[in-house]
Design a protein around this ligand. Structure first.
Ligand SMILES: *Cc1c(COP(=O)(O)O)cnc(C)c1O
Length: 236
């Protein structure tokens, strides 16, 4: 365990070093499958944003993250409408908004709790069938429809880029995200603040940063490989 902690410390220091030329950018730890101890260690090393994919695990980590001053919790995974009610008063942002039915439910639950929920719109930038997110050409009408939901506050765009062998091949996807941010999102929803881009993971965060990402979401690059518990693990 302590060995693992030393590695987490080193990994985070290395990532912050690479982020130095981009002072506006934030490091988010993608915490799926990780323990509260690993989360606290990342916090100790300066990480302030934590992203979870699954509602049940988000709830399990909630008390831990809430106890860390200044720590923010974002939902970054597929969110079923019937689970919005469990997280609406617990997350600081939902980064995975990918349908109007989800927006409608977030709006309804936010109103019930008297909050406004910041969201990012997830874009399926690689047009991959198995992935969530709206297609780039759907963004203008999606943004128009969102204006009906007054307790949902769109703050930018999020994407999970397709897996590429050569890191240089991520550039067209990140360029397209920048274009969508500047030419579609910012024009439809002109505001005082520049819309956010959440893009870049362990395999491509350096490329995402060089394209102006505001949030890089890193899991294995901080904590090491993920081991998903299997039935036999549970039985032991
Ligand atoms: C798991 C995950 C990440 C981090 O992935 P790594 O490859 O482990 O860095 C980022 N974003 C989302 C939405 C994820 O599910």
């Amino acid at each position: 365990m302590s060995e693992n902690f030393a590695l987490i410390e080193k990994n985070i220091a290395d990532i912050f070093e690479k982020m130095k030329p981009y002072p506006h950018a934030n490091l988010m730890a993608a915490i799926k499958t990780r323990t509260d101890d690993e989360i606290r260690k990342a916090y100790e090393c300066g990480v302030r944003y934590f992203g979870e994919n699954r509602v049940q695990e988000l709830l399990a980590h909630y008390e831990c993250i809430k106890s860390l001053p200044g720590a923010k919790l974002h939902m970054i995974g597929t969110l079923q409408t019937n689970k919005v009610k469990y997280i609406i008063d617990k997350v600081d942002m939902i980064e995975s908004l990918s349908s109007l039915s989800l927006a409608k439910e977030i709006d309804k639950r936010a109103k019930k709790c008297g909050v406004t929920m910041p969201v990012l719109i997830e874009i399926n930038i690689g047009r991959e069938e198995q992935k969530d997110g709206i297609l780039p050409e759907e963004l203008p009408s999606f943004l128009n429809s969102l204006s009906e939901f007054t307790s949902v506050k769109p703050q930018g765009l999020m994407t999970i880029a397709p897996v590429m062998e050569d890191p240089r091949d991520y550039a067209p996807y990140f360029e397209e995200m920048v274009r969508l941010r500047d030419e579609v999102f910012a024009k439809h929803l002109p505001g005082e603040e520049k819309p956010l881009l959440s893009m870049g993971m362990s395999a491509n965060f350096a490329e995402a940063l060089s394209h102006g990402s505001d949030f890089v979401r890193i899991g294995t690059g901080i904590f090491g490989p993920r081991y998903y518990p299997t039935k036999s693990d549970n039985a032991e």
